[in-house]
Design a protein around this ligand. Structure first.
Ligand code: 2P0
Length: 359
């Protein structure tokens, strides 16, 4: 009997960024990271997996175009690992028929621009891993943490998209990656008025892919060493506390500082990597000016009362994500739209869903 399943996984947008690998084969990071998984209604990858005795080879279609399934080494690895898990389970459980020799067809689509710095590989590999696990009949026999570990081998950030809500990816210390896995810090209901606004400055494919960019950073940036040793460990702890306590000001400040430092590390790479463009920088200035309206000034900077209304973050591309509280969304959208009028063809780009706005 052929088996066919369709699943989808949302993107996640990090507030403490992953940038750098200590093991490029197992995709083990040089620092822990933390992200919010967006709603399935917004940016997502949808993947259909069919396993059929009639198929004579594995095949892959991405966004409607067939790719060479054997050329995508990371996908091959994830498929191999999942088949190995299935084999192990069927050796123990006689009710599982042998499926591991059967070939699969995989079809994956994003409802947003691929590789434009909107975490397409995260949702893509999360959906792929989850979909294959379902098609192999093992999704309910292995833990989400184990699925996350498998997805990590497709794309590091994918391990975080297996969970909803606020998700930490603990870098781990084991050389085999067994403890480099995501865990939920708080579920999607924990902070219900938190919204993500995606401001698309450009949907073009990015110049420097993350994988190559982060290795160049590892090889050349002094600032990255400082970040790994002295910034991220404390920030992970502080931002988890901010999330648990729903302390927006602390959450917002860590989010903006971490985005700034990630892009500083990119600039400290040699030759430098620049993901932000003029529109991105204008968004930073706009958010800063807006937040300043709500920050009480004091001669003693340390005692200034913070009253942030918006927190920006930028991944490996120029597009901004603003984490804001729902009550402020109309005002922020009005300001963004007044500052950056939508392009004439904006209505063609409805794929970004309800949280999206164009700058
Ligand atoms: C993140 N990014 O934490 C950071 C912030 C981009 C900037 O994870 O080589 O596509 O597949 O593990 O996961 C992008 O890196 O890289 C990323 P690989 P990935 O979301």
């Amino acid at each position: 009997m052929p088996t066919q399943v369709t699943v989808s996984a949302p993107v996640n947008i990090a507030v403490v960024k992953y940038w750098g690998k200590r093991d490029t084969s197992l995709l083990l990071p040089t620092n822990s990271s933390l992200s919010l998984t967006l709603s399935q209604d917004d940016l997502r990858s949808t993947t259909t997996v069919r396993i059929d005795a009639l198929f004579n080879k594995d095949r892959l279609w991405l966004n409607g175009k067939e790719e060479d399934a054997t050329a995508n080494k990371r996908m091959v690895r994830v498929v191999q690992e999942l088949r190995a898990v299935r084999k192990e389970l069927q050796n123990k459980d006689s009710s599982l028929e042998a499926l591991d020799e059967q070939k699969m067809h995989i079809c994956s689509e994003n409802n947003f621009p691929t590789a434009a710095g909107l975490a397409s590989s995260a949702s893509g590999f999360a959906a792929l891993t989850f979909g294959i696990a379902h098609a192999l009949g093992i999704a309910d026999k292995i833990s989400t943490a184990d699925l996350s570990r498998l997805a990590r081998q497709g794309s590091g950030s994918a391990c975080r998209s297996l969970f909803g809500g606020f998700v930490a990816w603990n870098m781990g210390i084991n050389p085999d990656g067994s403890d480099s896995v995501a865990e939920q810090v708080a579920d999607e209901k924990h902070w219900p008025d938190m919204e993500a606004l995606v401001l698309v400055a450009s949907d073009a494919r990015k110049d420097t892919p993350s994988t190559a960019g982060m290795q160049l950073t590892i090889e050349t940036s002094d600032l990255l060493r400082e970040r790994i040793a002295n910034v991220v460990p404390q920030r992970m702890s502080d931002i988890k506390t901010a999330i648990v306590n729903k302390n927006y000001d602390a959450f917002a400040e860590h989010t903006m500082r971490d985005s700034n430092q990630f892009h500083a590390v990119c600039l400290d790479t040699f030759p430098p990597i620049t993901y932000l463009n003029d529109v991105s920088r204008a968004v930073i200035h706009l958010v800063t000016a807006y937040n300043n309206l709500f920050t009480e000034k004091s001669d003693n900077a340390a005692s200034s009362k913070k009253g942030y209304r918006a927190a920006y973050t930028f991944d490996a591309g120029p597009n901004a994500v603003l984490y804001v509280r729902r009550e402020h969304v109309p005002e922020i959208l009005a300001i963004v739209n007044a500052t950056f009028p939508a392009p004439a063809d904006a209505d063609k780009q409805t794929y970004l869903g309800r949280a999206a706005q164009y700058v």
